[in-house]
Design a protein around this ligand. Structure first.
Ligand SMILES: [Zn+2]
Length: 61
């Protein structure tokens, strides 16, 4: 599901931010390296893909 934007503070990790807790790349970031915010980085491709394939929530019915 969608979460607040976060990124890894580790310099050898991809310089992207995540905003989904289902992201495999985001899950590999240990809690001590997680930082809140986008850090003005591009969005992680996995997070983009997860978002694109998520069923649209039904509303207004
Ligand atoms: Zn991600």
């Amino acid at each position: 599901m969608k979460v607040k934007a976060y990124h890894s503070a580790h310099p050898s990790d991809p310089q992207v931010f995540h905003d989904d807790d289902e992201c495999p790349a985001g899950r590999e970031i240990p809690w001590w390296n997680k930082q809140l915010g986008t850090d003005e980085r591009p969005r992680c491709e996995y997070c983009v893909s997860i978002d694109a394939h998520r069923p649209v929530a039904l509303s207004g019915r």
